[in-house]
Design a protein around this ligand. Structure first.
Ligand code: E4P
Length: 217
């Protein structure tokens, strides 16, 4: 199972990379705006910096929504670094753009997936990743994890190579449940990843070991 961090914050990306468990990064226009990045040059430079900090696939989302604009933008993003994965929204022109990039050998991540049908179409178009948004479904009282299970079943039925990149993660339990149902990748805020390492019995056990270790010297 691959671990991606879902942020455009360079300090958090560095911290996750330093942990040694990071397999990639995902961003989106909202996350870029949160970091105060604006203008084409600044956006391109930010992606370049992320690629220099983190190993693995780095998703960079197109800002446009027509086929012609998305392929122009995606080609420019892909030229920044070999690790860039062009992130394309799940719309009709997006399907055409996925096919264009797939034919060119440029990796893609189809974002804003909220149904199994959308995931099926993205796989047919040759997407390398699909991003079902777990948390946003849970937010409207729809079981996001059920969608991951449906996509897993469909992809396994037909041996689609598209990887399920579970997105919109809100908690460590989302990560654990994704691992149980076979998501290929999770992309998560750093806080949920770090929460995985916490347990009160680990803390109290270590405190006791540290205290007893002093008696040994
Ligand atoms: C996916 O790639 C998105 O960047 C992200 O996971 C969306 O998460 P949110 O619902 O917390 O905004």
């Amino acid at each position: 199972m691959k671990f991606f961090i879902d942020t455009a914050n360079l300090d958090q990306i560095r911290e996750a990379q330093d942990l040694g468990i990071l397999d990639g990064v995902t961003t989106n226009p909202s996350l870029m705006a949160k970091e105060g990045i604006s203008g084409t040059q600044a956006i391109m430079q930010h992606y370049k910096t992320i690629c220099e900090i983190a190993d693995g696939d780095i998703s960079a989302e197109v800002l446009s929504t027509t086929y012609e604009e998305m392929i122009k933008e995606g080609d420019e993003l892909a030229a920044i670094h070999p690790n860039i994965v062009v992130k394309i929204p799940m719309i009709k022109d997006g399907i055409k753009a996925l096919k264009y990039f797939s034919d060119k050998g440029i990796k893609t991540n189809c974002t804003l997936i909220f149904s199994a049908g959308q995931a099926l179409l993205a796989a047919k178009a040759g997407a390398n990743y699909v991003s079902p948004f777990l948390g946003r479904l849970d937010d409207i009282s729809v079981d996001g994890m059920n969608l991951i299970e449906e996509i897993r079943l469909i992809y396994d039925n037909y041996y689609f190579g598209t990887e399920i990149l579970a997105a919109s993660i809100r908690s460590p339990m989302h990560i654990i449940n994704c691992a149980k149902v076979g998501a290929d990748v999770i992309t998560s805020p750093l806080s949920s990843i770090l929460s995985l390492l916490k347990h009160p019995l680990t803390d109290s056990g270590l405190a006791q070991f540290v205290a007893d270790a002093k008696k040994l010297s």
